[in-house]
Design a protein around this ligand. Structure first.
Ligand SMILES: [Zn+2]
Length: 252
């Protein structure tokens, strides 16, 4: 959704809420969980009510919005800030919301676009100086796929080994070292290369420069986020919305 379409929506809480429900971020309840009745309705105070057993619950139940206290319009604005790569600090200042709350949401957005799979392979390494391992990059037409440590196979186009170091009294810094696997990778070395891998690294490099002092898991999560951003330059907002809806699916 373009900013110009978002502006009228965020001026109306009802419109914002309806959009979030239509897109599956807010859940639509069909049956009461307590008694199974279908006589449900949305009542004041941001709640659902079962008219049979009188049970009540929040309209945010089972959704990403249950994690934070903010208006529906503020949530949409926060999502927009994330889409256009505004930092947590800038987003916090623009929306007048605590940085901690914005950080919480940004991290959730990241987890959702990576379909939560970082946790499954997390190298629990929290030490300051350690090798994260190597990541692989596979070219799929104009898209790329990043393979995290432990997932690399012989079909990758490039391998990048990453080292984490701490500058005395300074932030943690990541070092990269490339290995060339296929001939196509050699093209990166050429200054005017327009190979997809080269394009990808030109996209990634300036963004990684801003990243200091984060944990290994956050770093890997961020790399996967960059892969998602590179592969989906169009309709990013809509895609993040559907990934959030999908990751906060009601499992019952
Ligand atoms: Zn009920």
């Amino acid at each position: 959704m373009k900013m110009i379409e978002l502006i009228p929506m965020v001026q109306d809480e009802k419109l914002s809420e309806n959009y979030l429900r239509e897109r599956g971020i807010l859940k639509t309840f069909k049956k009461c969980e307590r008694c199974g009745s279908e006589k449900l309705g949305m009542i004041r105070g941001d709640r659902w009510k079962c008219y049979s057993c009188k049970a009540e619950w929040s309209r945010r139940r089972y959704s990403i919005l249950s994690l934070v206290r903010m208006k529906y319009s503020e949530f949409l604005l926060c999502l927009k800030c994330y889409e256009i790569e505004l930092t947590v600090e800038k987003c916090s200042r623009e929306l007048n919301i605590y940085p901690k709350t914005i950080h919480r949401l940004y991290t959730e957005f990241r987890k959702c676009i990576c379909n939560n799979y970082i946790e499954t392979i997390s190298p629990s390494a929290k030490s300051i100086k350690c090798e994260i391992g190597s990541i692989g990059i596979k070219l799929l037409g104009k898209k790329v796929l990043i393979l995290l440590p432990g997932q690399i196979d012989e079909k990758v186009d490039s391998v990048v080994s990453i080292m984490r170091k701490r500058v005395p009294n300074g932030p943690v810094i990541y070092y990269f070292e490339f290995s060339k696997i296929r001939d196509s990778v050699n093209q990166i070395a050429k200054a005017k290369s327009f190979s997809n891998l080269g394009t990808f690294w030109r996209f990634v490099n300036p963004r990684l420069l801003n990243l200091k002092g984060v944990s290994n898991n956050t770093f890997l999560l961020y790399l996967k986020e960059l892969e998602f951003r590179f592969n989906n330059k169009e309709l990013l907002f809509e895609l993040v919305v559907s990934n959030i809806a999908e990751n906060y699916r009601v499992v019952r």
